[in-house]
Design a protein around this ligand. Structure first.
Ligand code: SAM
Length: 368
């Protein structure tokens, strides 16, 4: 491996890594900004790309800030903490527009990223134990990083870290109104005026305030669409269906997690919803049984939609699809498959995960 090579950073990639080229081969350098000059050690040399680690900053950008977190260099969970929050929001907007411009059949120009708190926004922290210490896994190496606080999580969670049993992994959650904390157990929480009970293994959106804005946006679209039959795929604990519900809708939610679906059924009762039913299965196993929906909402994990799911969305031919995505790459792949059948009516970007590279979006598609 080559050490102490001087390089100039050309631009950033989606993951917030600097891009440079060494003898024509692309090299990704974390913790750098555009136009910076750095010395690097090449720590990985693959067939198509290299990974560099900065050993010395020769010229730093005027945009560089000192990360507020003392674990920044050893944790790796935050990829963008060396730029201001304003620059982060501009960067996310620009990079997602670029990804669409280069790879998507639909022409889009996303203007405003919707954001909220920069820090203390997370309602959940998972800490791992090595038998003696409790900490986060480094994003790349999986080494344990012992922490006494994480700037991204609610202070209600941080305040409890020192009291935790260090001999086993711990999941700490706080309710979105920050009235209740739970360690490895059930929790009662809320989004807007809806209440949700949450078991240890169940999925719940981690941003305690921006989720309400995300869901309001989905509900506003639904009010415009005014669907009778709604399919809520990848429904988690039923949170979207319950949030948008009104007496006219008939909603079916699908999720493969038993814990999610048990909670979804309880949450439906808790919020007096009489017209929602839930199916516990893999979406790709059951989707060919569905037909006659006005609206299908999909909110898949980062891998996006299975090809069979896209094929069945085309077969179901609902008038509208709302696609909630946490990964623009797989979103673009799936949108390209729907291009011949649907128009993209709107797309909104949400910074649900500040200081990390992740971007959330909502796309609304209307049948051609
Ligand atoms: C991004 S979460 C969305 C949950 C929910 N819509 C919300 O807003 O809280 C994705 C969900 O998809 C579920 N899931 C992942 N792969 C699945 C599959 N192949 N079939 C069904 N559910 C799946 C997970 O259990 C998780 O609840």
């Amino acid at each position: 491996m080559v050490n102490n090579m001087k390089v100039e950073i050309e631009k950033l990639d989606y993951y917030g890594r600097g891009i440079t080229h060494i003898d024509g081969k692309v090299c990704f350098v974390p913790n750098t900004l555009e136009d910076e000059e750095v010395e690097i050690e090449v720590v990985e040399d693959k067939k198509k790309y290299m990974i560099g680690k900065v050993t010395n900053y020769l010229k730093t950008s005027y945009k560089r800030i000192k990360p507020k977190c003392k674990y920044y260099d050893i944790c790796g969970g935050c990829n963008l903490a060396h730029m201001s929050f304003e620059d982060e929001n501009n960067f996310k907007e620009k990079i997602v527009n670029e990804l669409f411009g280069h790879n998507c059949k639909y022409k889009v120009n996303i203007k405003d990223i919707i954001f909220d708190d920069e820090f203390n926004y997370r309602n959940k922290l998972v800490l791992h134990s090595d038998g003696e210490r409790l900490g986060l896994y480094n994003d790349n190496s999986h080494d344990l990083v012992e922490i006494d606080k994480c700037l991204l999580v609610s202070d209600m969670i941080n305040n409890g870290i020192s009291d935790l049993d260090k001999y086993k992994d711990q999941i700490i959650r706080v309710s979105n109104d920050e009235n209740e904390v739970s360690i490895n157990d059930k929790l009662m929480t809320s989004i807007g005026d809806k209440k949700y009970c949450l078991s240890k293994d169940s999925f719940f959106q981690i941003n305690k305030s921006l989720t309400e804005k995300l869901y309001n946006c989905i509900r506003d679209y639904c009010n415009e669409i005014n669907p009778l039959k709604v399919l809520d795929l990848f429904c988690g604990i039923g949170s979207i269906g319950i949030y948008i519900n009104n007496d006219n809708y008939e909603i079916t939610g699908v999720d493969y997690s038993k814990s999610n679906i048990e909670d979804a059924k309880s949450n439906s009762k808790l919020n007096n919803c009489k017209n929602i039913n839930f199916i516990c299965d893999r979406v790709e196993n059951v989707i060919d049984k569905f037909s006659d929906y006005d609206l299908v909402i999909v909110d898949p994990p980062r891998a996006g939609l299975h090809k069979k799911v896209v094929d069945n969305l085309i077969r179901i031919n609902s008038k509208y699809i709302i696609y909630v995505s946490c990964n623009p790459h797989t979103l673009i792949r799936d949108l390209n498959l729907l291009y011949d059948y649907y128009d993209l009516k709107d797309i909104k970007l949400f910074n649900m995960f500040p200081r990390t590279y992740h971007c959330e979006s909502i796309s609304v598609l209307e049948r051609k």
